[in-house]
Design a protein around this ligand. Structure first.
Ligand code: GDP
Ligand code: MG
Length: 171
């Protein structure tokens, strides 16, 4: 069995952007297949000679479509917790993605609370660190108590290798 690495985080932090960068055309479940669009997306990737399956959990419970205006914060927090719990249950390691442009949010804290309870490795990726200033902002996420935040730009492909190094070390 290949290890499973789940991408977890509140909506819009860049989970799917990272997934697409890691998987590219090798996506196991295509968005065009009816009934799977809101399911999880799986794809295999390789780093440092390790092959593992990456899971984009976004469509599962926390699609942006679910977050219609007026959705109470408590409901959002409940869903992000649920998403994190499912990711922990099915994966061997977790990449927890936060947004260094937006900074630390209550939803991030809700996910972190769940992730701190697992023994499975969690790599904290501070995404959207497109430039030096934003990369510096990543230190803010030390407050989540999940170790060193790794500055990353999934969009520009910066720091992705550093994040994957941590993941493969932990697998
Ligand atoms: P998800 O909801 O967590 O899956 O987030 P998406 O991958 O859909 O990304 C949400 C938005 O953030 C999109 O507009 C992306 O283009 C943008 N985004 C993702 N990664 C980066 C990044 O590294 N830098 C910047 N500036 N934008 C990014
Ligand atoms: Mg997504």
């Amino acid at each position: 069995m290949k290890p499973i690495v789940a991408l977890v985080g509140r909506p819009n932090v860049g989970k799917s952007t990272l997934f697409n960068r890691l998987i590219g055309e090798r996506r196991a479940i295509v968005e065009d297949i009816p009934g799977t669009t809101r399911d999880r997306l799986y794809g295999d990737t390789e780093w440092n000679g390790r092959v593992f399956t990456v899971v984009d959990t976004a469509g599962l419970l926390l699609d942006e479509d679910d977050l219609t205006p007026g959705t109470p914060q408590l409901e959002i927090a409940r869903r992000v917790r649920e998403q994190a719990e499912l990711a922990i249950a099915e994966s061997d390691a977790i990449i927890f993605i936060v947004d260094s442009r937006e900074g630390l949010t209550a939803a991030d804290a809700a996910v972190a609370e769940v992730l701190r309870r697992t023994d499975k490795p969690v790599v904290l990726a501070a995404n959207k660190a497109d430039n030096h200033e934003r990369a510096m902002n990543a230190v803010e996420f030390y407050a989540l108590n999940l170790g060193e935040p790794i500055p990353m730009s999934a969009y520009h492909g910066i720091g992705v290798g550093d994040v994957l190094d941590r993941v493969t070390e932990a697998l």
